[in-house]
Design a protein around this ligand. Sequence first.
Ligand SMILES: Nc1ncnc2c1ncn2[C@@H]1O[C@H](COP(=O)(O)OP(=O)(O)OP(=O)(O)O)[C@@H](O)[C@H]1O
Ligand SMILES: [Mg+2]
Length: 276
Amino acid sequence: MTLIFQNIRKQYGSNVAIDDVSTEFVPGLIHGIIGPNGAGKSTLINMTAGSYAVSSGAIVLDGRQMQSLKKYEIANSGIARTYQNIRLFDQMTALENLEVCYYPTEVGATWREVLWPPFGRSQRERRREACMEILRFFNLQGYASAEAGSLPYGRQRMLEIARALVMNPRVLLLDEPAAGLNHHETAELTAKLAELRSPDRIMIIVEHDMDLVMTLCDRIVVMHHGKLLFQGTPAEVQANPDVQLAYLGTANDIDEIRAAAQDRRAKLGIRARQRS
Ligand SMILES: Nc1ncnc2c1ncn2[C@@H]1O[C@H](COP(=O)(O)OP(=O)(O)OP(=O)(O)O)[C@@H](O)[C@H]1O
Ligand SMILES: [Mg+2]
């Protein structure tokens, strides 16, 4: 299984947000996408998940062209995502947020569930247990019956990732999962994401937090003004002068990079608190 971007391009009116990007993502590895604000990172996620149409080029998963599929077909083919700005069902409980995303993949199961009460009950129990297990993985079991909108901000971020995992996706796309998290929460998130690395799953993480990216990612794509500027291992990215110049301005050592990332995280924390 591979996920391939073939010369993809995205235009919003006359603004070229993604310009001829080609790259490849493989299972078992955690891929990072980094780059300054407006570089096109979320646009790549949005196109892969089918939220935005691709202007030209192809997104190919396991030999299948995805860019012309409907959003639900893309979800059914095993691509799940989280959003840069959390989008939970605020009025539903944490458990319900997961349950609504869990559906039987067996043909006819939905009808059997409606028409045959014992089958329906066992399906509901199975669904509930599967969702509780995911909540437990994220230490969210204590919030199962709490309204999602009432959860602390950091728990909401975790819950969104939990929800993306309900259907055991082959491709997991995370758009700034650490945005607004404090140090402790970011460390917890980093550990959880490392556990999600699997030979059957392609993971792509868009993130500004350089500690998280450099610790977690095996391969990194660097975007700049809609173009793919560089790709390589964390060490190669850190050593590349183009990346240092384009992404980090004048910063040329990792301590400065980290300081810049922490500064940004602090600002995001303030934004997040204002939102909640
Ligand atoms: N829905 C949209 N309509 C019009 N222009 C958009 C839209 N979404 C993004 N853009 C533009 O596309 C470019 C890339 O934006 P994108 O959100 O992908 O950047 P990003 O790398 O995710 O930035 P950030 O780090 O701030 O999240 C920007 O110029 C942005 O203004
Ligand atoms: Mg973005």
